[in-house]
Design a protein around this ligand. Sequence first.
Ligand SMILES: NC(=O)c1ccc[n+]([C@@H]2O[C@H](COP(=O)([O-])OP(=O)(O)OC[C@H]3O[C@@H](n4cnc5c(N)ncnc54)[C@H](OP(=O)(O)O)[C@@H]3O)[C@@H](O)[C@H]2O)c1
Length: 294
Amino acid sequence: MVTGAAGQLGQALQASVPQGIELIALTRQGLDLADTKACTSLVRELKPDWVLNAGAYTAVDKAESEPELAQAVNAGAPAAFAEALAQTGGRLLQVSTDFVFAGNQGSPYRPDQPVQPLGVYGASKAAGEQAALALPGGQVLRTSWVYGPVGKNFCLTMLRLHALKAAAGEPLGVVADQVGCPTATTTLAAACWRAIGVGKTPSEPGPEQPRILHHSDAGAASWYDFALAIGELGVTSGLLERAAQVTPISTAAYPTPAQRPAYSLLDCTLSRAALGLKPIHWRAALAQVLASLG
Ligand SMILES: NC(=O)c1ccc[n+]([C@@H]2O[C@H](COP(=O)([O-])OP(=O)(O)OC[C@H]3O[C@@H](n4cnc5c(N)ncnc54)[C@H](OP(=O)(O)O)[C@@H]3O)[C@@H](O)[C@H]2O)c1
């Protein structure tokens, strides 16, 4: 059972559903994640083997003024799923975020490090992780800077802005002092399927799967680097006639209601080994996503 079916990851999961899997894809219309009773009763009714909770309140800035709703969706729903799954014998994959970390250590975060969220969104997702881990069959998969060919994301926004700014002959200022790693929904969906044991053979070597997994594409980038690459690869893939000139700006020059981690790279080494996944550099993944848009 996949929640958030209309979201970026939800759509990628549906596009990549492996053979032999019967998928129940739920959009907001099928299940309101803020309604804990509905979450519990639907799991009791459908008795899924797995709930892949890809649905979330993802409006990081708006969450600062809607903390109750963010908490209900991001923490209440996984808690309700966990409670019901404990009775039905199903398992839970809770998708989480680099925003559970403060981003002040200057080296990649390992899965076993303590969380320290900076804002309402991160705190609500951290509470969702705890709810999932309270279920013996609960798994957490953290990811970062998610983008893909559909939905609301930085890549699609930058493609629009590159076209607009290039036509107007104006520079495009992008934050350069926040570092993380872009992650394509295609590789994230593949990691989710692996995390629930699909596509892994019993004889496949590798360490035992930890309960908290990290998945991002490989490498590191600032939003500035990412925007620059979107312009360059947007031109080579034929999506843009011209790229705008991208100029680095500071976080202070682009104030937002929610504070963001300055350095939120996820250490994916152990998770990749456990899931049997080969890393793909974020720039190569970006080229593939842009090619799919052409
Ligand atoms: N996007 C990122 O950069 C990022 C980074 C790290 C981790 N993550 C995590 O990755 C997961 C997938 O994110 P995404 O990028 O696919 O997010 P997304 O595109 O924003 O999709 C989230 C989905 O959740 C649904 N949703 C929100 N509130 C709901 C409610 N009350 N009831 C039912 N459905 C509700 C939304 O429905 P509507 O379409 O109807 O609004 C949307 O389809 C989330 O757990 C997120 O926290 C995302």
